[in-house]
Design a protein around this ligand. Structure first.
Ligand code: NDP
Length: 249
């Protein structure tokens, strides 16, 4: 029932939360709604213009002043990751939440015909970059009283499906990373780690995967925020190692 969670007005008051892919789609909706619940948002994404629009909207709505980090997860160097950690450390001293949302779809075609360079690119963005963010940000998450890490999975990350290629493989890896990390952290830290499967949601990625579908038939990113709120707020403090659906059948 966690997808029906109704957040109290100040659920995320005084929390510092980093959202990746915050400029568009589900990440944008999560950044805006976390800000409305009182959090200070660190907006991370590829396109600066999109991030600036979200930044402006948060300020217009009277939210806490966000931080903005343009970063291309496909090409970012370890030096760039360290700089991000340093700037968050200097400005806030801790990180209460990390929503790892950014991902790419790659191509829909059988693995037999999947190009290696595209396979590597999808794995770089959807897996390696997630690992690097977690690894470099972990000291800041440990410094928070109740840290929450949310990774983003998909139904094709639980049961393989023809033609979903590197994307499906990458989401299986995300589930594995979540389980491994949750097990490692359970006795040594208050940081919890879970996955969200958003389910079919009206975004550019969904439209690219299903070009013939009527977007009006889908839930919007705003509609599916219940689980995003629950897992980021303290009501889920005891929940870790779970892969949950934002839109259960
Ligand atoms: P969108 O394509 O709408 O948004 C993806 C976001 O990730 C964008 O803000 C994009 O930035 C960012 N991003 C992509 N590549 C990079 C990169 N190299 N570096 C930094 N940022 C990057 O996707 P959704 O909102 O639909 O997807 C969000 C998450 O939900 C993903 O993990 C996806 O796999 C998952 N998901 C979505 C479903 C759906 O139906 N929508 C269903 C199941 C899972 P920019 O806009 O600048 O390109």
């Amino acid at each position: 029932q966690h997808h029906l969670y109704q957040a109290p007005a100040h659920l995320l008051q005084d929390k510092v939360i980093l959202v990746t892919g915050a400029g568009d789609g589900i990440g944008r909706a999560a950044a805006l709604s976390y800000a409305r619940l009182g959090a200070t948002i660190v907006l991370l994404g590829r396109s600066v213009e999109k991030l600036e629009k979200v930044y402006d909207q948060i300020e217009q709505e009277g939210g806490k002043q966000p931080a903005l980090i343009p970063l291309n997860l496909e090409t970012a160097s370890t030096v760039e990751y360290s700089q991000i950690v340093q700037s968050i450390e200097q400005e806030f001293g801790r990180l209460d939440g990390l929503l790892l949302n950014a991902a790419i779809l790659g191509d829909l075609r059988p693995l037999e015909y999947y190009p290696l360079d595209l396979f590597s690119k999808v794995m770089q963005v959807n897996v390696n970059a997630q690992f690097l963010l977690i690894r470099t940000l972990m000291p800041l998450l440990r410094a928070a009283e109740t840290g929450s890490v949310i990774l983003t999975t998909s139904s094709v990350g639980r049961v393989g499906r023809a033609n979903w290629g590197a994307y499906a493989v990458s989401k299986f890896a995300v589930e594995g990373m979540m389980q491994t990390l949750a097990d490692e952290l359970k006795n040594t830290s208050k940081v919890r780690v879970n996955c969200i499967n958003p389910g079919a949601t009206r975004t550019n990625m969904r439209a690219n995967a299903y070009p013939a579908e009527d977007p009006g038939s889908l839930k919007s990113p705003e509609d599916i925020m219940g689980l995003y709120h629950f897992l980021m707020g303290n009501d889920s403090a005891e929940v870790s190692g779970q892969s949950l659906d934002a839109q259960p059948k």
